[in-house]
Every structure is written in C-alpha cells, then in structure tokens.
Design a protein around this ligand. Structure first.
Ligand code: SF4
Ligand code: SF4
Length: 289
C-alpha cells in the first residue's frame, strides 16, 4: 500500500476510537456531528443543495443549522449522556470550510473538551488556507472528497467553483479545485492529520479513473479511501448508480493502493451516536430544537 506516515502512538490510540477510521471502533464508539455550516463554495453536478452535502451524507434529510454556541451546548449534553461519543465532526449541511462558524465551533468545543477527536469533511477548495487554523484546534481527521485527478474528468463533475470572490467554470474551475485539493491533502499529511478520501463512484464519468485516484492519494500518505456510490440527482439524475457488488469490486481494485473504508453509513450532518444507531432525534427533542 501507499506511503507510511510516522504517526505518534497517542495519535494512533485516538484514531482507534474513531468509528469511521477504525472498523472495530464503529461498534464501541460514536460521533457527534454539529451542523454549523450551511453555505457551499462549489457546485457538484450531483447535488441539489436542498439537503445535506451529499459528499458525506445521503440526501432526503435537511439538517437544522446551529450556531457555534448552540453546538457547544449540544456537545456538552451529548458527552454527558452518551459518553461513548469520542468524536466531534463538522460535515455540513454545506461545505464546512466555507463557513466561519465552523472555525468558531471548533475553537469553542476544543477549548472545553480537548480530549475529544476533532474531525471535518471538505470538498478541499480552501483546505490549504485552512490547515493552520484546523491544526490550532487539534483537528486530527480530515475527509476530502476527491472525484477526479484529471481536470478533463473533473470538469464533467463540477459546474462551478467560487474562490476569493470569483466564480470559475469548466476546465478552469476543475483545475483550480484539483490543485487546491492536492495541495490541501499534502499539507494535512505533513501535519500528520489522518486524511480520508471520499470518492463518488459515477458510472460513465469517473469509474475507470477511480483506481488511479486511489493510487495517487495512497502515494501521498492518505490514510483511508471511501468509495461512495452516486445518488443520481440534479445533472446526473439519469445515471444508473453502481450496485453494491460493483462498489465492492471497485473497492477491491483500489485496495492494493490504500486501505478501504467499507462501513460508511452516509450520515446526516447532524448525526449523533454510533454508526447506524443514531440518537440525534432524542437529543434534539430533549433540547427542544
Ligand atoms: Fe453539494 Fe457538498 Fe458538492 Fe457543495 S460540496 S455542491 S454541498 S455535494
Ligand atoms: Fe463516518 Fe461515513 Fe458517517 Fe462520515 S458519513 S461520519 S465517514 S460513517
């Protein structure tokens, strides 16, 4: 498999309590997503924006948005009532790094609960400029959705990206996004963050290309790779998604290059609890939200 990153023992101990990074931990430990990030800075051709960011979750639910202070309150209640929750993550409902509230929430939670594992997911567009601040709040786990390492394929997947107040389209948008993603992954690995790559499996668009993505990120030192079957909507509404068998076969093709995550539950941006045993409806009900 790919490049070995010299993690220290404390990091490896922590990761053994992250349900998404360790398939053993997913039965014993849980995560609490705090939905503080509604805006997004790109347009994926499989996303209709009415729901949670589908790079990390499944559509069909819209998570409510909390302020950073409300999120801190939520985390206080969750760690008290559900002590098996060891991870606080931000996965939407939009792009975490495009919302200043993400950083404020990370700061507040990390200050009060320094022992919790801090985790974010991102499309990677502003990852390079965010790395220092993420490191400051001890964010040790970063998921980057990377659907292509060839801009000719990327331009079929993204309609536009908005960077520093300017909107880019077509090949230019795909090139900019890709260069930022690769730079961000490299910087995160250099900081010894655990990097998970999500790749949406889009038949007829990037499917033949996915093992190359796995190879590249394995060589860069990413920790694990998560193949996500397309949910056909928006411009890709007419594409037939891969079957579970095709997904497994794709994971097998990628496995020589990087460890595969095979237990992703496609959680909501406000998920709380163990994977597949969410308790957020109880928590939010008690909180009167
Ligand atoms: Fe939708 Fe997430 Fe893509 Fe933004 S990054 S367009 S929220 S899937
Ligand atoms: Fe973990 Fe997958 Fe859920 Fe993200 S969507 S928290 S990777 S199980």
């Amino acid at each position: 498999q790919g490049k070995e990153v010299p993690y220290d023992p404390e990091q490896l101990r922590k990761i053994s309590e992250h349900p998404c990074y360790s398939d053993k931990a997913c039965h014993a430990f849980g995560r609490c997503h705090i939905p503080v990030a509604p805006k997004c800075n790109i347009q994926c051709n499989y996303c209709i924006r009415d729901f949670d960011c589908v790079n990390e979750s499944r559509p069909g639910v819209t998570s409510k948005v909390l302020s950073p202070e409300e999120s801190l309150d939520l985390v206080r209640r969750v760690v008290k009532d559900y002590p098996y929750v060891k991870v606080v993550g931000i996965a939407g409902p939009g792009e975490p790094l495009a919302n200043p509230e993400t950083f404020e929430a990370l700061r507040l939670v990390h200050e009060e609960f320094p022992h919790l594992i801090m985790c974010i997911s991102t499309n990677g567009l502003v990852l390079p400029e965010s790395i220092e601040e993420l490191a400051k709040y001890d964010v040790g786990n970063v998921t980057v959705t990377l659907n292509a390492i060839d801009p000719a394929i990327g331009e079929k997947i993204y309609s536009w990206v908005e960077y520093n107040g300017k909107k880019y389209h077509g090949r230019e948008a795909a090139e900019l996004l890709l260069s930022q993603q690769l730079k961000g992954i490299e910087m995160a690995v250099a900081k010894k963050m655990f990097v998970k790559i999500n790749t949406v499996y889009i038949p007829g668009v990037n499917d033949e290309h996915i093992p190359e993505i796995a190879k590249k990120v394995g060589e860069m030192g990413a920790f694990t790779f998560n193949v996500i079957p397309l949910i056909p909507q928006y411009k890709f509404a007419g594409i037939t998604p891969p079957t579970p068998k095709e997904k497994r076969e794709m994971q097998d093709r990628c496995a020589p290059y990087i460890k595969q995550m095979r237990h992703c539950a496609r959680c909501r941006a406000d998920a709380i609890g163990k994977l597949g045993q969410d308790v957020q409806s109880c928590v939010y009900r008690e909180q009167g939200k």
